[in-house]
Structures are given as structure tokens and as C-alpha cells.
Design a protein around this ligand. Structure first.
Ligand code: 6LW
Length: 478
């Protein structure tokens, strides 16, 4: 079937290598902290080691930042003994560069740069000149430290004529400047294409084999392949990371995990890359995860929409628990206290032990403010609430005893293509209160660039959570 290297909402991957170590970043949109950083030794197994943007001074997201606004496609490079990330805050400030000595951080404050456009790239010439490319495609010579455009931007190769030429990356290889882009838009028509020139200013010669990658109009289980970056392994082999989706269920299929990161082998033939199968059947199998909230800080996987005010959460108020304080907002509006992790597997069970006290709190499967299913406890009653577009409804209710209670959501996708995607909700390990069709929490319904996040929330009062556990279910095919 083709396994992702980073399942769940991890789009727009960019990768670099330092010695034997690979580092990868991807887009984070309206979530804080932003731009997750991963480490790998083999390009297949990745571990998140931090977030590039972990302070509000680096990630000023207005409270009304739209879902799928915020941080678009970053590029990570290692140059001159430092790591460099260039990305765009589409909700304020535009494009900026941050640097770090170590990829886990701390990363610098932003150097904002007046270079309109998304999907910025950074590349250095043999003479030390630094070039930035943006979607469109336009290329400028820049001073990456001062955040200044020195020359340009100049128009560059903008693809074979498909819509949305974007995601440019420049590489200096064997005396050429190669320009890799995505075309066709991030949906089913997505492609990867390439051109080369002797200077960053052209003239550009398109690859004879364009598109280098596309799954459009095929029945492959991995779709929307595009937005790629290349990396050379120490032994001289080349690899591509790129985004793709895994639509499932009855036609037209839906994808519920957002755009995920995949790997493909690259071989150079007559000066151009040829790209192998996207997605490794031998990749790491889905792994269980558990957080007992016993550490001093939240693990880097925990994300919150827009901002996570210091007074909204605590790991010390009740040691060994995550305590959340309501802010006055709800999951239907920006500003709610919500701490979650990306849903990474089609078939998974996510559980938590909630001590609700007198609060209204629970476990939510969230795509955005207008698309979420919530299993919550309030005043001795557990209920399932469905918010789908303009509609909000309590779907099931059940009385529960006072004190800590286990909440579970189970997701189940129909891999045979006959039926819907299901989400079941249980309290205290009992039978499901109800099952809801998960296709309403898909990108095809909600639109946007993110994917599902399953998280802990409170809308009234103060509640604490003892642990959070993810168990991928065995039905997940490779
Ligand atoms: C983006 C663009 C894209 O920055 O989607 O798939 C946009 N590619 O390159 C948001 O991820």
C-alpha cells in the first residue's frame, strides 16, 4: 500500500543532512508550537526532537488566525555550521529566516524579509551568494542574516503550465542549478517537475521526463504526490521526501489524516532524477504511544491552535497530570484550551483518564473550529457532541459516576472501499455511546491544509488528565 515516513498531518516536508544525520521539518499552519523538527539516521524512522517556532515572538499568530492560515511550507538547510529555516507566516509578517546551532533549538528570533510569496527556499552558490526562491517561481539574491533582498526577485521557470507552480527548491549539483517545483495544486492533480540552468537566473531547461512524480488519474492508494525535497545520502544515493494523501472508503474517497510525508528513491539518469515508488512497504509499523505527563515539560508533539497561554495549562499543579484551565472560549471558536496530537493512523484507539472535577472537559477529534467530534464530561453526564459546518448537536448522553473516568475514541477506516470511516466513543471501557461517520472530519468536507488532531480540552473550569495513550489497531494494512 505504501507507508508514510511521517503519518498524519505532516505536509510540505523539507530535509537536510549533516554527516550521518538527517533533519526534516514540515508545515504547521495555525498550530503552536510551529514547524516540527524530526531526526533520522535512515530516512525511514523519524523522531521529533523539537519545534523550530516555540515562542510567540517567533510565531505571532493573531487570535483570529483562520484555520489553515499561519505557517506554510518551511525549507531547512545546513550551511556554514548552522541550521537555517526559511518559512512564511501567512497570517502576519510574511517570510522570515531563523537559525540554530542545534536542530532541536533554541532557534533565533526571526529575520523578516521583504520577499512576497509562499514556499520560500534557501540555497548557496559556490561563491557564497545566497539565493531565495518563492512560489511562482521567482528567485532573489538575498542577505539571509540581515533578511534583505539584494537583487531581484527575478522570474524563473514556472513549470510545464499546470496551475500553482510552487514549492521551489534550488540545488547546486555537478555545475548545474537544479530547480525542483510542485505543480497542479496540492490535490489529486499534484505533480513534481524540474528544470536546470547554469546560473540561478537561467535560462532554464526543463527535464525531458516531467513530471518527475505524479499519481494523478491512477488507482494508487497513495495520492496527491507533490511538494518534494531532495537529499543525498552519505554513500551517494539520492532520496526524495514529498507529501501525499491516503484517501479511503467508497468513491469519491476521503482523506482524514491530512497530507502526510513519504519517501522515494531517486536515481540520476543522463543528468536528471528518476523517482521510484512513493511510500515504503517496509517502513516502520504504526507504534503505540503513551504520555503519563510525568516530565517537566510537554513533549514536542503536543500542539494547540494559535497559542497556548502559560496560565491555561500546567504539569506541576497536580504532579503527573496535565491540568487545563478554561479560557472562556469553546471548541467552536478560536481561543479554546486544547492540547492535542496529530491522528497518525487510520485505525487507532486514543484514550485518556480525565478527572473532570466540576469542569466541562473531554477528548476531541478536531479538524478545525467547524469540524470536530467531542466526548466530554460535565456535571455527571458524558456526552458526544458533533460539530459539522453550521450544525452542532448532542448525539448521545450517558450518566457517569463522579471522579476520574476513562474516555476513548476509536477510529476505523474502510480499507476495502465499501463503506464509511467510523469514529466510536466510549466511557470507562464500556460499549460505544455512539458511532459517527468520520468522513465529516476529512479534508474533502472541511477543506484546508491540515488534518485531524485528537486532543484534551476544557471549556469551563479546571480539569486534569492523568495520561494519554495511542494504540494503533491491527487492522491497519501496510
Ligand atoms: C503550500 C503549497 C502546498 O505552501 O500547499 O502542497 C500549501 N503544497 O506548496 C500549504 O501546504
Amino acid at each position: 500500500m505504501g507507508r508514510p515516513i511521517l503519518p498524519g498531518f505532516h505536509p510540505d516536508p523539507s530535509v537536510c543532512r549533516v554527516g550521518e544525520d538527517y533533519y526534516l521539518v514540515c508545515s504547521s499552519f495555525e498550530y503552536f508550537p510551529g514547524v516540527p523538527v524530526f531526526h533520522s539516521r535512515d530516512l525511514v524512522s523519524w523522531r521529533q526532537i523539537g519545534n523550530v517556532l516555540d515562542r510567540p515572538s517567533q510565531l505571532p499568530l493573531p487570535r483570529d488566525t483562520e484555520a489553515s492560515g499561519g505557517i506554510y511550507a518551511p525549507t531547512i538547510r545546513h550551511h556554514d555550521g548552522r541550521f537555517w529555516v526559511i518559512t512564511t507566516n501567512t497570517s502576519g509578517g510574511g517570510t522570515f529566516i531563523v537559525t540554530a546551532e542545534r536542530p532541536e533549538g533554541p532557534w533565533s528570533e526571526p529575520a523578516w524579509i521583504d520577499l512576497p510569496g509562499i514556499d520560500p527556499d534557501l540555497a548557496w552558490g559556490d561563491d557564497g551568494s545566497c539565493w531565495a526562491a518563492v512560489a511562482g517561481t521567482r528567485i532573489a539574491r538575498i542577505d539571509p542574516v540581515a533578511g534583505k533582498v539584494l537583487d531581484g526577485p527575478f522570474p524563473a521557470w514556472a513549470g510545464t503550465g499546470l496551475q500553482y507552480p510552487e514549492a521551489p527548491h534550488l540545488y547546486r549539483i555537478d555545475g548545474w542549478w537544479y530547480l525542483l517545483i510542485a505543480e497542479g495544486g496540492t490535490e489529486r492533480g499534484h505533480t513534481v517537475a524540474m528544470a536546470r540552468a547554469r546560473t540561478p537566473l537561467g535560462p532554464w531547461e526543463p527535464a525531458p521526463g516531467n513530471p518527475l512524480v505524479t499519481h494523478r488519474s491512477t488507482d494508487k492508494p497513495v495520492q496527491s504526490t507533490g511538494h518534494a525535497d531532495l537529499v543525498r545520502a552519505p554513500g551517494g544515493t539520492w532520496w526524495m521526501v514529498l507529501l501525499a494523501t491516503r484517501p479511503r472508503g467508497r468513491t469519491p474517497a476521503f482523506h482524514v489524516l491530512g497530507r502526510e510525508s513519504f519517501l522515494a528513491r531517486v536515481q540520476w539518469v543522463d543528468g536528471w532524477p528518476q523517482v521510484g515508488e512513493v511510500g515504503s512497504p517496509s517502513g516502520p509499523p504504526p507504534a503505540a504511544e503513551r504520555d503519563d505527563f510525568d516530565t517537566g515539560d510537554l513533549a514536542p508533539q503536543w500542539i494547540s491552535p494559535r497559542w497556548r497561554p502559560d496560565d491555561s495549562w500546567s504539569l506541576t499543579e497536580r504532579p503527573g497530570r496535565l491540568t487545563l484551565h478554561a479560557t472562556g472560549s469553546t471548541l467552536d471558536r478560536p481561543g479554546c484550551t486544547f492540547v492535542g496530537r496529530r491522528q497518525q493512523h487510520h485505525d487507532t484507539r486514543v484514550s485518556t483518564r480525565l478527572d473532570p472535577g466540576t469542569a466541562t472537559a473531554g477528548l476531541s477529534v478536531r479538524l478545525d473550529e467547524a469540524h470536530h467530534y467531542d466526548l466530554e464530561v460535565s456535571a455527571g453526564v458524558a456526552r458526544v457532541v458533533a460539530r459539522i459546518g453550521p450544525l452542532r448537536q448532542v448525539v448521545a448522553e450517558q450518566p457517569v459516576p463522579p471522579g476520574p473516568i476513562d474516555l476513548t475514541v476509536e477510529t476505523r477506516t474502510d480499507h476495502a472501499g465499501q463503506g464509511p470511516d467510523m469514529i466510536a466513543f466510549r466511557v470507562a471501557g464500556g460499549p460505544p455511546l455512539t458511532e459517527l461517520d468520520g468522513r465529516y472530519l476529512s479534508t474533502e468536507v472541511a477543506t484546508g491544509f491540515t488534518g485531524r488532531v485528537i486532543g484534551l480540552y476544557v471549556t469551563e473550569g479546571t480539569a486534569s488528565f492523568d495520561w494519554y495513550a495511542v494504540e494503533p489497531r491491527p487492522s491497519e494494512p501496510a
